[in-house]
Design a protein around this ligand. Structure first.
Ligand SMILES: C[S@@+](CC[C@H](N)C(=O)[O-])C[C@H]1O[C@@H](n2cnc3c(N)ncnc32)[C@H](O)[C@@H]1O
Length: 301
């Protein structure tokens, strides 16, 4: 399934309706560059319609495992799988099925954990578990686990660099050379810095592993589209989150799969950035919504 210089297959620039397990069984081995997805969370309070059953935390790994085995099979050897997921409070404590799932994905499926990222949502409202009586703060982050299939994976730092701080710009511009070499610039940690010469300007700083994006776009284009189509998706993730992983984990022309695509955010971002999208969702309404959103991007071009 070559993306370039060949006829498109049914999986390139497509949004298919079905259980991803069934759809993916028909996808060839080693054919997908990046999987970026957010599956339904355990015991989700979100309603994805009659076609989606709730999965209990204790059953989650058994439900996810055959799908993860398909993800592994269809990824190219240098492909990656980014899993956005959240855990939940189970009675008094935080259920640890997410952490068990990460172990199973590595030990049983064969993935390697490249980096655990945090999606920090600064706009998370407090909820019933976080008003003091339950002995904890609100939870204002979710996880994004980046897995690779092998020892090599696509990674582009440049598109996700963040602007340098003022003090970093001073080092790059050679304004602090009088502060001297490593022996004069050590931190309480084991780090030390040679400031005796200007540093290279790489176009921006390493963004680190915390992605801070609010999920508050309530008046956006999609909201309008949902209203017009009479379809509401309750758990859209922000385009900026998908963008971080699509830009760093794939190249233009690559195939980006979202097996739990919902409103089509992953497909939209992939399409905007010259990747080929492959979306799947079991709910036909979300397929219609996603297709309409992606089509609106094509019309803008
Ligand atoms: C958390 S939402 C994904 C939201 C998406 N990231 C977005 O921005 O709109 C999870 C989606 O998984 C879908 N889903 C649940 N079980 C599925 C299955 N077995 N196969 C495919 N899709 C499924 C649900 O219909 C829901 O839209």
């Amino acid at each position: 399934m070559e993306a370039k210089n060949s006829k498109k297959t049914e999986y390139q620039d497509a949004y298919i309706c079905g259980d991803c397990l069934d759809v993916l069984r028909g996808v060839p081995n080693d054919s997908i560059d990046l999987i970026m997805t957010s599956p339904p969370y355990a015991d989700q309070i979100k309603d994805y319609g009659d076609v989606v059953k709730k999965i209990k935390p204790d059953d989650y790994i058994d439900w996810f495992l055959p799908r993860a085995q398909e993800f592994f099979r269809i990824l190219k050897p240098n492909g990656s799988f980014v899993l956005n997921i959240n855990d939940k409070l189970d009675g008094r404590y935080q259920n640890i099925f997410v952490f068990k799932l990460v172990v199973v994905l590595c030990d049983e499926v064969g993935f390697h954990l490249v980096r655990d990222y945090i999606w920090h949502n600064p706009a998370t409202p407090p909820n019933v578990f976080s008003r003091g009586t339950m002995g904890r703060t609100k939870k204002s982050h979710e996880y994004c686990f980046w897995f690779s299939k092998s020892e090599q994976w696509t990674f582009n730092m440049d598109p996700i660099r963040k602007p340098y701080s003022k003090s970093m710009m001073d080092i790059i511009d050679g304004k602090v050379v009088e502060r001297g070499g490593r022996e004069k610039n050590s931190r309480p940690s084991r780090h030390n810095f040679d400031l005796s010469h200007p540093w290279d300007n790489k176009g921006g700083a390493d963004p680190g592993s915390v992605i801070s994006v609010s999920n508050t776009a309530s008046n956006g284009f999609v909201q309008k589209l949902c209203k017009e189509m009479g379809i509401k998706h309750p758990a859209r993730y922000p385009e900026k989150l998908a963008e971080f992983f699509i830009l760093s984990g794939s190249n233009p022309g690559d195939i980006v799969l979202d097996p739990f695509a919902g409103s089509g955010t992953t497909g939209v971002v992939a399409h905007k950035h010259g990747r080929q999208y492959f979306c799947i969702d079991v709910n036909p309404d979300y397929q219609k919504l996603g297709q309409a959103w992606i089509a609106s991007i094509s019309e803008e071009e």
